[in-house]
Design a protein around this ligand. Structure first.
Ligand SMILES: *[C@@H]1O[C@H](CO)[C@@H](O)[C@H](O)[C@H]1NC(C)=O
Ligand SMILES: *[C@@H]1O[C@H](CO)[C@@H](O)[C@H](O)[C@H]1NC(C)=O
Ligand SMILES: *[C@@H]1O[C@H](CO)[C@@H](O)[C@H](O)[C@H]1NC(C)=O
Ligand SMILES: *[C@@H]1O[C@H](CO)[C@@H](O)[C@H](O)[C@H]1NC(C)=O
Ligand SMILES: *[C@@H]1O[C@H](CO)[C@@H](O)[C@H](O)[C@H]1NC(C)=O
Ligand SMILES: *[C@@H]1O[C@H](CO)[C@@H](O)[C@H](O)[C@H]1NC(C)=O
Length: 459
């Protein structure tokens, strides 16, 4: 053993209590075209993920992960929380059927109870969250599975103040009733505060004042000094994480360990959205991995040198996610199994071979956008969406009635396209979207034909 190596060991002794960074990936399954679990596990390995998080306890996936070295996080679905909080037998049964059959061959290490519960409108479940976690933990103890940490991933909306980071504070309606008991549970069981954190959403809410490079974790773009603490921030992610550390400190738990349950950047999106492209997604995810795998660990300005374990969101582009187009484009991998850009979650690759496509939508799009029927979709469903769109407004579909200017060509695809454009032009301002369960897509190519003029939105 060389002298230098000995010195390194003395300075940074390997501690059994210390967790490894080992970035992982979120394996969401909201797609009707995704590879099978066995193929997915191959892909997860090729990404060099140290961990994988799933949003249920899908037995086929847990089976496919058997005898791999990948640490696994499973999830109790939101719908079961109230029942489990009320009944220890329910908790025991859940562990018995979803965890016990796979452990220890499948390295289940985290058991997350619910997903972003405090962001759901159903506030009854909010108050059952920690009681359910206690019951799940009790079941794990009963089955001698104490090695599995129990947590719950929350979104950043658990904070009511986050800027400057030193003002970080939990939401008043849940601070004492949910967060304090949660922090106490985490402390007692030596678990983690799991947080879903996206600089992307913070940036799109204020792209004028927040520099894109600051949100993408690009070095030397800009910096921000917290006026209260004097701490210097060089990227938006550490700023957001410190807001959470300050909130935990304010709640009396300054030493709680953080686990990034989700972070990522979309590789695509709709024409009326900005910044979702392959270039930005690759830059962000590579920068995150680089920082989270630094040795010695980088931590944050408030908590230097702490290890931040993480899961990147997400493995696949998921075509059945609702909401704006970016939601369906967070993947590292296309549903056909090919990668969207090169990625190495272990952080061991610093130079990638292929150059990235130039971003074209980092500035808001200027011009007209239409909403038309997507190609090759279910005709019955398309007919239903056409009736729905026409049933909403006043005269939305008059031009596609017999004799109207847009009646011809008399096809379902054409009529639905007109109806979607007309609906969206009327209702976008009040929250209407161009989605219709995946039956509609935005276009910047004017679909109008002859004397038929399609309504559009103008950005
Ligand atoms: C708890 O759940 C078990 C299993 O579903 C059920 O048999 C039992 O009646 C429940 N107990 C109560 C008090 O609801
Ligand atoms: C829960 O939601 C209901 C209905 O929206 C509301 O009336 C009530 O005040 C809420 N309770 C808490 C504790 O937030
Ligand atoms: C950023 O700044 C640091 C310190 O000033 C410097 O060492 C580093 O080379 C710079 N990096 C880039 C990419 O310009
Ligand atoms: C996989 O899908 C993407 C996106 O649709 C496409 O660009 C790519 O060519 C496909 N790759 C293969 C091998 O089919
Ligand atoms: C098409 O959509 C209809 C109505 O939404 C549904 O009942 C039917 O099962 C779908 N067909 C296929 C092949 O998915
Ligand atoms: C439809 O027209 C009526 C009467 O002109 C008006 O009161 C109503 O607000 C309109 N509704 C929409 C959705 O435009």
């Amino acid at each position: 053993m060389s002298l230098i190596f000995c010195i390194i060991i003395l300075l940074f002794p390997p501690s059994t209590a210390e967790i490894a960074a080992k970035p992982g990936v979120n394996y969401g399954q909201l797609g009707n075209n995704l590879p099978l679990p066995s193929k997915s596990v191959e892909i997860i390995r090729s990404l060099k993920a140290g961990r994988v998080k799933i949003y249920d306890a899908n037995p086929k996936i847990l089976q496919a992960l058997k005898n791999t070295n990948i640490q696994v996080s499973v999830m109790v679905p939101n719908e079961q929380i109230n029942a489990i909080a009320a009944n220890q037998t329910m908790a025991d049964d859940w562990i018995k059927s979803n965890v016990v059959p796979f452990y220890p061959a499948t390295k289940i290490r985290y058991l997350l109870v619910g997903n972003e519960i405090l962001s759901q409108p159903d506030n009854v479940t909010w108050f059952n969250l920690v009681p359910a976690m206690r019951r799940i933990r009790q079941s794990l103890v009963r089955f001698r599975l104490k090695k599995i940490k129990v947590g719950t991933p929350l979104a950043i909306d658990c904070l009511e103040a986050s800027f400057p980071p030193s003002s970080g504070k939990f939401r008043s309606g849940v601070s004492e009733s949910v967060l304090t008991p949660l922090l106490k549970f985490i402390d007692r069981t030596k678990s983690f505060f799991f947080i879903d954190v996206y600089t992307y959403f913070a940036w799109i809410s204020d792209p004028i004042n927040i520099k894109l490079g600051y949100a993408l974790l690009e070095p030397n773009v800009s910096s921000y000094t917290d006026p209260v603490t004097g701490l210097l921030y060089t990227n938006l992610l550490e700023q957001m994480l410190d807001a959470l550390y300050f909130a935990m400190k304010r709640a009396g738990y300054p030493n709680t360990r953080l686990f990034i349950a989700e972070t990522g950047w979309p590789n695509g999106g709709d024409f009326d959205q900005i910044g979702g492209n392959i270039h930005n997604a690759a830059v962000y995810n590579r920068n995150v991995i680089k920082r989270l795998t630094e040795k010695p660990p980088r931590g944050t300005p408030l908590k230097p040198a702490v290890v931040l374990p993480s899961f990147i969101f997400a493995l696949y582009n998921e075509n059945q996610k609702t909401g704006p187009g970016t939601e369906r484009n967070f993947g590292l991998i296309y549903p056909n199994g090919s990668s969207i850009y090169e990625m190495d979650l272990s952080g061991k690759t610093s130079e990638f071979k292929e150059s990235l496509p130039e971003p074209t939508n980092n500035e808001p799009f200027k011009g007209k956008i239409w909403c038309v029927a997507a190609r090759g979709v279910n005709k019955t469903a398309l007919g239903g969406a056409l009736s729905y769109a026409c049933g909403q407004g006043n005269g939305t579909c008059d031009p596609i009635r017999p004799g109207g200017k847009c009646f011809k060509p008399d096809s379902l695809f054409w009529h639905a396209s007109y109806a979607f454009s007309s609906y969206w032009a009327q209702f976008r301002k009040s929250g209407g979207s161009c989605y219709f369960n995946g039956l509609a897509v935005q276009t910047i190519k004017n679909p109008s034909f002859g004397s038929c003029k399609f309504p559009s939105i103008m950005l």
